[in-house]
Ligand binder design. Structure first.
Ligand code: HPA
Ligand code: ZN
Length: 323
């Protein structure tokens, strides 16, 4: 087995709803007496092909309709945890999309109870710690993000922080400046997707207006040398997702990935899986794919794995255990 597959690592960019494998879609549909508009697992897996971020999001939101009960959310986490632990993931900070569930009638309490129970089971079964980051859907009204944050206030002890995801272009981070200010006052950590399909100006807004602790993706930052300089001097972590960028056609193939240039520029880069069920690989698979397609050395991978622990919001006791 490739040692990069099992190299100990933290995963900092993982949408738990994006770990929904076709087998689990069908199993949960059966349990909840729902019909899936695909003939079988293979037909659904074949549909996991995308032209861009929005074409992926259409299927991503459709599939998560099978998630109905606490037990469904708990099973989603334990299935992911088994796969991640087998690929060296020792700590994960998982995104979830509260509005994608509340908007279809699933109460936030059900989502939170299921996810936290899944984390409890996963950490009992594996050498894996985990935390939750609630993401706002940037393509829904800003007022809804405010009311979602109000609802999350009742669960603040179960959260590490907040993030921003969904369709990026046309929805700049600055729309959410007040939401982020309020979340900071609640003691939450702040991250945001920026510079995946959107321009470098969105990354400037994420750091200067939202005040993020990490930038999610940022694969386009190399287009702006002043931005690279700023990220380097701030030691701002970037959570890159190589296989996602290829599957969503942000890059023609992995040989175009700017990882080497980012490392040479002294950026704090990490390797993550984003939506592994949809994009063809978990965290370790992303390390292996980079090694196959880019002239990176073992030292680079060891550095990226160390960055993942350094850039995490892990507590001090667990950090000492892991590093
Ligand atoms: N980008 C934006 N939103 C998302 C993604 C992504 O890669 N995955 C799930 N929601
Ligand atoms: Zn993402």
């Amino acid at each position: 087995m490739h040692d990069l597959l099992t190299l100990p690592k933290a995963e900092l960019h993982l949408h738990i709803e994006g770990t929904l494998e076709p087998e689990l879609v069908f199993a949960l549909a059966r349990r909840n007496r729902l019909t899936v508009p695909f003939a079988d697992v293979e037909a659904l897996r074949t549909a996991y092909r995308f032209d861009d971020l929005v074409s992926f999001l259409d299927l991503y939101y459709a599939c998560m309709d099978v998630l109905r009960t606490e037990e469904d959310f708990a099973d989603l986490v334990t299935d992911y945890a088994r796969r991640a632990a087998a690929q060296g993931v020792r700590h994960v900070e998982m995104f979830f999309d509260p509005q994608a569930h509340t908007s279809r009638g699933i109460p936030l309490d059900v989502v939170m109870a299921g996810l936290t129970e899944g984390i409890r089971r996963a950490s009992a079964l594996h050498d894996l710690s985990a935390g939750l980051i609630a993401c706002f859907l940037r393509d829904r009204p800003v007022e809804e993000a405010h009311s979602t944050l109000d609802a999350l206030a009742g669960h603040v002890d179960s959260l590490l922080g907040i993030g921003l995801d969904s369709a990026e272009v046309g929805y700049p981070p600055s729309l959410f400046t007040e939401v982020y200010r309020d979340a900071r006052q609640m003691g939450l950590r702040l991250v945001a997707h920026a510079g995946e399909e959107g321009p470098p100006s969105y990354v400037w807004e994420a750091i200067d207006e939202l005040g993020v602790d990490r930038v999610d993706h940022g694969v386009r930052v190399m287009e702006d040398s002043a931005l690279v300089q700023r990220l380097q001097s701030d030691r701002m972590p970037l959570t890159l997702c190589p296989l996602s960028n290829v599957r969503l056609r942000v890059l023609p193939d992995l040989s175009f990935h700017p990882m080497q240039a980012m490392l040479s520029a002294g950026l704090v880069v990490t390797v993550n899986s984003d939506d592994p069920a949809y994009f063809g690989g978990y965290a370790g698979d992303n390390f292996v794919a980079l090694a196959e397609d880019l002239p990176l050395g073992q030292d680079d991978f060891v550095l990226m794995a160390r960055n993942s622990f350094d850039a995490s919001f892990i507590d001090d006791d667990r950090r000492r255990e892991l590093m």
